[in-house]
Write a protein that binds this ligand. Structure first.
Ligand code: DCP
Ligand code: MG
Length: 373
């Protein structure tokens, strides 16, 4: 006789980690003279810009993200306004995401400075998860000189709430026992996905906290807000079974084109490769990365596929560097007899432009850094 035992429902261990005043902290890190001062990163107040973020010193004056810079200046006249340096922020983002992936493969980035981690298999208890969060926070500090806030709980929604609870440099655990009390007291605006419109609707009905949401019941919330209402009710009850969905780490950047008609003309192929490498250059610049290996992909009219790759320690980041190498690889492949139906250019072995600069031992900025200023 086989007796199947119901598996003990396992408490998942999830956490959210979010860096504090991300862009502004990086500026303070890189410019010691701005430390302990109100720093605002974003558009200039003279040019109708908006605030991307503000240091905690500036937040004390009421400055926050998405506020017109002019308003921010009025609230905090001593604020130091700085333009964003996205290429630097991207490098730090890659650093922290790589760090997270050393602890679990289940990393779901939410933005440049924030991710969910599922550490259910790495640790056995929520306390263990909290110790791991402490260790990750320390690693972030050691590797980047930045502080982060972490939230640990059994689901994504509560982990996120927990990470916001004690910013900056916070670490908050919400256990299954603590969750109902925490949620009952939580103002509705703090519930994930509740914006101005929803909160106004709810406040009109006298609903102010999680406890009120629960009292209102699933049906009435569904009538009022549709599917979102159902979700909100489940959140208020501390139920959220959304898995942490990892985004695979990017391994390459490539562009390819299937030609409208098969071609034999070498000049035409080179023109297409130039176009493709410009597109690859643009994508690399957007992502703030470069790569050590350049691959040429050719599909013959017979559908047979061939690739040729070249690596160089100084890396590839702009079309100008890719083209001579692509031309050389192309010469080794094509002859007058066979026609080509597809061409592709791929850059892999991705590395940050910083590493490339080091490999080239140059001190000048990389060719496309100016784009972001
Ligand atoms: N950001 C932006 N515009 C917004 C919100 C954010 O450009 N409206 C950018 C700037 C932030 C970064 O994204 O530094 C991360 O966003 P967060 O919401 O995590 O905000 P911060 O990290 O700046 O502050 P906090 O300490 O509240 O996380
Ligand atoms: Mg942040």
């Amino acid at each position: 006789m086989l007796v199947q035992l119901e598996a003990q429902p396992d408490v998942k261990r999830r956490k959210a980690i979010d860096l504090d005043a991300f862009y502004a902290s990086i500026e303070q890190r890189d410019h010691p003279e701005y430390r302990s001062k109100p720093v605002i990163v974003g558009g200039s107040p003279d040019r109708r810009g908006v605030v991307a973020t503000a240091s905690y010193e500036a937040r004390r004056y009421g400055v926050h993200s998405a506020m017109p810079s002019r308003t921010a200046q009025r609230l905090c006249p001593d604020a130091i306004f700085l333009p964003a340096r996205f290429e630097v922020y991207r490098v730090v983002s890659q650093q922290i995401m790589t760090l997270f992936r050393q602890y679990t493969a289940l990393v779901e980035p939410l933005s440049l400075d924030e991710a969910y981690l599922d550490v259910t298999t790495a640790v056995h208890t929520l306390d263990g998860a909290a110790r791991l969060a402490q260790e990750i926070k320390r690693q972030i500090w050691d590797q980047t000189g930045l502080t982060a806030s972490a939230g640990v709980s059994y689901c994504k929604f509560l982990a996120k709430m927990a990470s916001d609870a004690h910013k900056p440099d916070g670490l908050t655990i919400i256990t299954p026992e603590e969750a109902p009390g925490f949620l009952e007291a939580l103002p509705i605006e703090k519930f994930f996905g509740v914006g101005k419109v929803t909160s106004a609707k709810l406040r009109d009905l006298g609903i102010q906290t999680g406890a009120d949401l629960k009292l209102m019941g699933e049906e009435r919330l569904r009538d009022l807000l549709g599917k979102h209402g159902e979700q909100l009710y489940r959140f208020a009850c501390g139920e959220d079974d959304q898995p942490v969905e990892p985004v695979r780490e990017r391994k390459s950047v490539g562009k390819e084109v299937t030609l409208e008609r098969d071609i034999r003309d070498r000049n035409e192929m080179e023109r297409i490769l130039e176009n493709l490498s410009l597109q690859v250059e643009g994508r690399l610049a957007e992502l703030g990365i470069a790569g050590k290996t350049l691959t040429l992909k050719v599909r013959w009219s017979t559908f047979e596929l061939v690739t040729r790759a070249t690596s160089q320690p100084r890396g590839f980041q702009v079309a100008q560097e890719m083209l001579p190498v692509l031309r050389a690889m192309l010469s080794g492949l094509v002859d007058d007899k066979r026609a080509v139906r597809l061409l592709g250019v791929i850059v892999s072995g991705l590395i940050s432009p910083d590493e490339i600069c080091r490999a080239r031992q140059i001190v000048t900025p990389s060719p496309w850094q100016e784009e972001y200023v």
